[in-house]
Design a protein around this ligand. Structure first.
Ligand code: URA
Length: 434
């Protein structure tokens, strides 16, 4: 078998066998296939997609590139939540502690910032001392103690995804349904879960912009999960404007803290509660989804989700005090206000532009080896539908370096549409699949 022939066949829209996909993934993981050939294969897949059978084989092989974490020694149903990626999407850091506080066991393997979207690991690492590189034994022990542990994909867990994820980020091959589905599902299957709640984002700030495509992605992942014997549900949710007000790693941790204390933005609170409720329900803590919703709400109102997050931060070496003392988080050195050019209604806040602008000043990565700047990002002052006067502050851009600041500020400015008519309110949760 020759890699070049497989690239050519995928480029020409042919279906590959599971042996052929195994050949590609195994040899790429071992280093026998170089980045340039895998990049070409990814681009060919981006262009011509894959059949369900191929996506199943790809996922299986990515899982097999490491091991499946054995969580049989941790009592309880293991349930996780994963988002396909968005801007200001910090729901994992809210829904997971709420579900764990309700008794669910949440082994969470998360990703880093990808393209214009943020990553849970980068957000957590903005907390001084927080360690995301746990060993599998530490991960298991922490789950036993606290019911929640966060870690990154590692050499032991779906290492093929680690390499492919970074390569996709650098080769403009992220927005491919089979590649997104196999990337997410391989990590999730490898972490030893029984159940999974997916948040499939749709809109300008997501990797898919049409609801039909989002539905197809949701169905693809639910199908992979079911065939691997997992209970999976997917919500399709709006990502046309950033979720909440904060975009950027430490800025988002501050908003997580406020939300877990029931003082967060309405959209973020609502979606986080719904995701937590579905985790609680699929984690078999309650018999009905309505009971799960009530329980999630209770865990928010009585502060136990907040307490759980603090415990987990401490357990992973982080300074949990930062949740009360925001000055102890990395702080930006400069701030630029973006103001409204006229009176009117905010009719759109383009999530892609906000995410890209934020990434450009350091919240994300240009190349796979870049480090992120935890302090920088954007805080919105308004949301879509709100009335504004000329000169009102629309958002603030927090930065630590001046390079690319002007370009970023322009992009943020262009993200806002101010019109004379009030826009119709958009649904946040658009569909449930599974
Ligand atoms: N999240 C992932 O883990 N992988 C993707 O490809 C996109 C979002």
């Amino acid at each position: 078998m020759r890699t070049v022939d497989l690239i050519r066949r995928k480029r020409d829209g042919e279906e590959l066998s599971s042996e052929e996909i195994s050949f590609l993934i195994d040899n790429y993981t071992s280093g026998a296939i170089p980045d340039y050939q895998m990049a070409a294969f990814l681009m060919a897949t981006y262009g011509s997609s894959m059949k369900d059978q191929e996506v199943d084989s790809l996922t299986e092989r990515m899982v097999a590139s490491g091991g499946v974490i054995d969580l049989s020694g941790v009592p309880g149903v293991k349930v996780d939540k994963h988002s396909t990626g968005g801007v200001g999407d910090k729901t994992s850091l809210i829904a997971a502690p709420l579900a764990a506080a309700a008794g669910a066991i949440v082994p969470m393997i998360s990703g880093r910032a990808l393209g214009h979207t943020g990553g849970t690991l980068d957000k957590l690492e903005s907390i001084p001392g927080f360690r995301t590189s746990l060993t599998v034994d530490e991960f298991r022990e922490q789950l036993r103690m606290y019911g929640l542990a966060f870690m990154g994909q590692s050499a032991e867990v779906a290492p093929a995804d680690g390499k492919l994820y970074a390569l996709r980020d650098a080769t403009a091959t992220i927005e491919s349904l089979p590649l997104i589905a196999s990337s997410i599902m391989s990590k999730k299957i490898a972490e030893g879960i029984d159940s999974l709640v997916l948040d499939v984002k749709v809109g300008s700030g997501a990797f898919v912009t049409k609801q039909l495509e989002a539905r197809r992605l949701a169905q693809l992942m639910v199908g992979i999960g079911r065939r691997a014997d997992k209970r999976v549900q997917a919500l399709i949710t709006d990502m046309s404007q950033p979720l909440g007000y904060a975009v950027g790693n430490a800025l988002e941790v501050m908003e997580v803290s406020q939300t877990l204390q029931n003082a967060g933005p309405t959209d973020l609170t609502r979606l986080s509660l719904e995701l937590a409720a579905r985790m609680i329900f699929l984690g078999r803590i309650t018999m009905t989804l309505d009971d799960a919703r009530e329980l999630a709400q209770r865990k928010l109102l009585d502060g136990s989700g907040y307490k759980k997050f603090k415990e987990v931060i401490q357990a992973q070496g982080g300074n949990a005090q930062v949740l009360d003392r925001f000055d102890m988080l990395p702080n930006a050195t400069g701030v630029r206000e973006i103001t409204s050019p006229r009176n009117g209604y905010v009719s759109a806040i383009d999530a892609f532009s906000i995410g890209m602008a934020s990434s450009m000043i350091g919240a994300g990565r240009d190349t796979k080896d870049d480090t992120v700047d935890p302090a920088v990002g954007v805080i919105l002052e308004v949301k879509t539908g709100q009335k504004v006067d000329a000169g009102a502050v629309l958002c603030r851009l927090y930065y630590t370096k001046e390079d690319r600041l002007e370009e970023s500020a322009e992009m943020v400015e262009d993200a806002f549409r101010i019109s004379t008519v009030q826009p119709e309110e958009r649904e946040l949760i658009l569909e449930v699949v599974g």
